[in-house]
Design a protein around this ligand. Structure first.
Ligand code: TRP
Length: 460
């Protein structure tokens, strides 16, 4: 018997779920540290530009494909390209990307859970600064901590997705997103009263060219895909649970504004704290897991704020992980006709197994001499990518931009004028932006994405 396809209960439900997908580790963990590395100011401005002229048009294209077809990506491309064609490859690439991204995303989410637990159970307050710094290294190297939390995080994600679009994904987003916004607000108020706030504000919003390079521009562009959950059909899938009459333009703009707002607020929360205790904003991926516990251990109220912060990180990761798993699950449910619960458990377990090499990337204990060395040597000595880095690199630098390019070209050049125009101009006055949107999709997006590729292979 054919299963009834799920739907969001309202446009608001969709906005929360899609914002839940977009707001994730990319906003709270990654954006602050790449902003720090690229010197703030200009980088933030360029990132905002990328969101507006590349990210937003692609998001609208994805939601449009999903909403008009009422199908998950592979089926949607089949429908609009009239039968099995190479365009369906974009859908399959997306399913593959879901496996790749979630497998390592879950490891970082596991660290967030572990740190939530640590900050509640032992507290960082009694620890020496050096000990907190060393802690992250020992967590990263410990196979059992990584695998254990990875399993726990995947189990929660599976449990939510198995409950379906309305009773699982939407419900979780309706609960977690408001909590997330409240925690963020509490942290922002705290940060705004700290000594480093003015300095942080300047760092984030005052253009300073000294650290800006060509690579920064491309990093900003690449990150705009990741942070808005674009390029692998997540927004197509979520869009397919919208009712056909729901407006697409204002909805996409709202999601992009929420996502960008959270990323900027995360910086406004983190940098004052970092400046107040005199630390370096360019500390890299460890920024959140090292600097924050150190900073909180030295501050009044840190014992409460530290668990709040890591809980925030965990919740943000969870609503994003749900969307990643849903892309793969929707494929098996829609195309292969496997019942949702079975499809979810099966996919989730495979992704868990896929993630084990990433969980072991930091340490060598489990496989004796050097599992990570082995993966490194496959990619040549100098490259030094372990499994974890490799997956992140493959997904962020190749799969997402490639998928995004395909989606833009498909909607701008291949989808019929009529379907595209009707889809865009659903109801309101924003329909006037139609030609601007098509122009961006036709020319600006492909040029931008090609620049990312040429950079990735070292030509520019
Ligand atoms: N956008 C999320 C973040 O910023 C990650 C994410 C969720 C994602 N779903 C995605 C990235 C789909 C790319 C594609 O952390």
């Amino acid at each position: 018997m054919a299963q009834e396809r799920g739907h969001w209960s309202s446009r608001f439900g969709f906005i929360l779920a899609a914002a839940g997908s977009a707001v994730g580790l990319g906003n709270i963990w990654k954006f602050p540290y790449i902003t720090g590395e690229n010197g703030g100011g200009w980088f933030v401005l360029i990132y905002l530009g990328c969101i507006a002229i590349v990210g937003l048009p692609i998001m609208m294209a994805e939601v449009l494909i999903g909403r008009s077809s009422q199908l998950s990506p592979v089926g949607a491309f089949r429908k609009f390209s009239h039968g099995g064609s190479p365009w369906m490859g974009i859908g399959w690439l997306g399913v593959l990307a879901a496996f790749v991204i979630l497998s390592y995303y879950s490891i970082v989410a596991g660290w967030a859970m572990h740190y939530t637990w640590l900050s509640v159970s032992s507290g960082f307050a009694e620890m020496e600064t050096d000990a907190i710094g060393a802690l992250f290294g020992s967590v990263y190297e410990n196979p059992w901590i990584n695998i254990g939390w990875h399993a726990a995080f995947m189990a929660i994600t599976i449990a939510i997705v198995a409950k379906g679009v309305h009773g699982g994904i939407e419900l979780a987003s309706r609960v977690l997103m408001p909590v997330l916004f409240i925690i963020l607000l509490v942290l922002l108020i705290y940060a705004a009263t700290s000594d480093g706030f003015a300095q942080a504000f300047k760092f984030i919003f005052m253009p300073d060219t000294s650290k800006l390079t060509g690579a920064s521009v491309l990093e900003a562009l690449g990150h705009s895909f990741f942070t808005l959950s674009l390029g692998m059909g997540a927004m197509i899938t979520y869009g397919s649970y919208l009712h056909k009459k729901d407006d697409l333009v204002s909805t996409s703009i709202t999601i992009a504004i929420l996502d960008t707002g959270v990323a900027l607020v995360a910086c406004l929360v983190l940098f004052p704290i970092i400046f107040s205790v005199g630390m370096d904003p360019a500390a890299g991926p460890g920024l959140v897991f090292v600097s924050i516990p150190i900073a909180f251990s030295q501050m009044a109220g840190g014992a409460i704020l530290a668990p709040l912060f890591f809980l925030l990180l965990t919740f943000a990761a969870l609503t994003s992980a749900i969307s990643l798993l849903e892309v793969a699950v929707a494929y098996f449910v829609d195309e292969i006709k496997i019942p949702r619960v079975i499809a979810t458990v099966m996919t989730g377990v495979v992704i868990f197994i896929f993630g084990i090499p990433s969980a072991l990337s930091g340490g060598t204990a489990l496989f004796g001499s050097g599992f990570s060395d082995m993966t490194q040597s496959i990619f040549g000595e100098g490259d030094g990518k372990n499994w974890f880095d490799l997956f992140d690199y493959l997904a962020s630098n190749w799969m997402l931009p490639l998928g995004g390019l395909g989606i833009a070209v498909f909607v701008a050049w291949r989808m019929g004028d009529k379907a595209r125009e009707e889809g865009f101009k659903t109801s309101n006055h924003l329909g006037k932006m139609y030609w601007g949107w098509v122009f961006l999709l036709r020319y600006i997006v492909p040029i931008g994405v090609l620049a990312v590729f040429l950079h990735a292979i070292g030509i520019i």
